[in-house]
Design a protein around this ligand. Structure first.
Ligand code: AMP
Length: 188
């Protein structure tokens, strides 16, 4: 079973590259952001609980996020593998995922980091705001999410470095070229 964690800040191209990896390796895509948005759209109890947190661009509690993800993993017992997109975002989440997979005799195969400099991403957003010529609330929230990534989520990387599982790939350049680098990181 091939279990991949895809890491990277908002705007690094994780969504696009996830699609390529899913197609190539037949993986089930598990995006905690998508799961939360689905709960919000369907106005479930969980959706009501996390709506404001997500609107503010801050992280949802570990316990809520972990329980939701484990529930989704268990829906796919015959999967060839998973791509974890947007999870884990804290060391506690990474530890919980390992524990959950280990209990099923599974593990994380590789962790792929799409590396884009914080300033490059922020410049892209500032440029977009300038072009549109108006204050953009969405962009402010996006900046908050980027801060969360560089202040909190990056601290998960040493956890996977210690396990020898991390490969870092530049997220700047042609989409196809980046996909090829991700494919070879998985296959080698
Ligand atoms: P994303 O689409 O992955 O950027 O996620 C959108 C929002 O959902 C994030 O800004 C967080 O508020 C929340 N979220 C998604 N995944 C997680 C996670 N692993 N831990 C905590 N909050 C999360």
């Amino acid at each position: 079973m091939l279990n991949i964690v895809l890491f990277g800040p908002p705007g690094a191209g994780k969504g696009t590259q996830s699609e390529r990896l899913i197609e190539k390796f037949g993986l089930v895509h598990l995006s905690t952001g998508d799961m939360f948005r689905m709960h919000i759209n369907e106005n479930t109890e969980l959706g009501q609980k996390v709506k404001q947190i997500i609107a503010d661009g801050i992280l949802v509690d570990d316990s809520i996020t972990i329980a939701m993800l484990e529930f989704e993993i268990d829906k796919h017992p015959d999967s060839k593998g998973f791509i974890f997109d947007g999870f884990p975002r804290t060391v506690a989440q990474a530890e919980a995922l390992d524990k959950f997979l280990n209990e099923k005799n599974l593990n994380i195969s590789k962790v792929l980091q799409l590396d884009v400099d914080e300033n490059v991403i922020k410049e892209r957003i500032a440029l977009r705001q300038k072009v549109s010529g108006r204050a953009d609330d969405g962009a402010d929230k996006l900046l908050k999410r980027i801060d969360e990534y560089f202040n909190k989520t990056v601290h998960v990387l040493p956890y996977y470095i210690a396990q020898g599982k991390l490969t870092t790939i530049s997220g700047v350049g042609e989409i196809d070229a980046i996909s090829q680098k991700l494919f070879s990181a998985i296959e080698n």
